[in-house]
Design a protein around this ligand. Sequence first.
Ligand code: ATP
Length: 314
Amino acid sequence: MNLVANGLRKSYGNVRALDGFDLSVPPGVIHGLLGPNGAGKTTAVKALATLVDVDAGTARVAGFDVRTQAAQVRSRIGLIGQSAAVDEILGGRQNLVMFGRLYGMNKTDARARADRLLEMFGLTGAADRAVSTYSGGMRRRLDIAAGFILTPAVLFLDEPTTGLDPRGRNEVWATVREVAAAGTTVLLTTQYLDEADQLAARISVMNHGRVVASGTPDMLKRQIGGDRVTVTIAADASLDEVAERLAAAVGIPAVPDAETRRLTFEVGSGVTGLSAVVRALDECGVTPEDLVLRRPTLDEVFLTLTDAPREAAR
Ligand code: ATP
């Protein structure tokens, strides 16, 4: 495991920022850390990056203990937060060469590394333009490249796509995948559930300083309930009346949504559930406008597992 935490605790006064935080991430994997505001995500990352001292618990990063071997940990991690360290006036290449020199590389090695990173992250064409002319997505890719000069064993990425448009987000996602493909473990904190769903092989959902659920996105979706069958009812029928009849025929409750005129059945297994609903529609003589089978979304998982306000899951 490249990243292991056992029972981390950290209090600020009487606020328990970490209250028994556990984590286990193998090398080369993108792991998502999700949670509502104040859940303890930043504190967890800071503890693993040796930036805060924990009150109790143990953690190892790239094989080294964060409390007793902090220097070894620091030389093997990259930390990319919200505020970037790149210079606006310099070009992308100059920035990367400068970072390489700061990390102690000689000029030739720093230049070679900069060229390799520019190529890897699709920035070669803009290498000599001032960073101030870059798009948001390009900026973030350069930030990540700067954190990747020494190919860290573990990269901590804090909300890497906040404020980017969809194209910029896609570009950054491709970069994060490149980083993991090169063997680096990525711990990604994000408020965007679709980002975690897209990128992370596994996800830990945090609430009140501890992990309340973890697994692959699919496992988490399955854990909070079965698949959903959603039926859209024509406008000329009474939604409540149809809901009652169908629920009786299927044998499970139907959750109506008056605004969209949809009835949702939480069925155990997709295919059996779908045929039960289709049979019930037939029996009741109801022709739906639409019929959809779907997994719960990660939004639904998040809202079920945490006390996040609804907006936080958007
Ligand atoms: P966000 O998504 O808002 O960044 P988070 O999940 O990263 O939240 P943390 O920043 O780790 O959460 O904070 C966890 C709790 O610890 C919060 O209640 C926060 O107010 C508190 N906290 C964090 N840092 C400090 C500090 N330096 N002093 C006092 N309280 C703190």
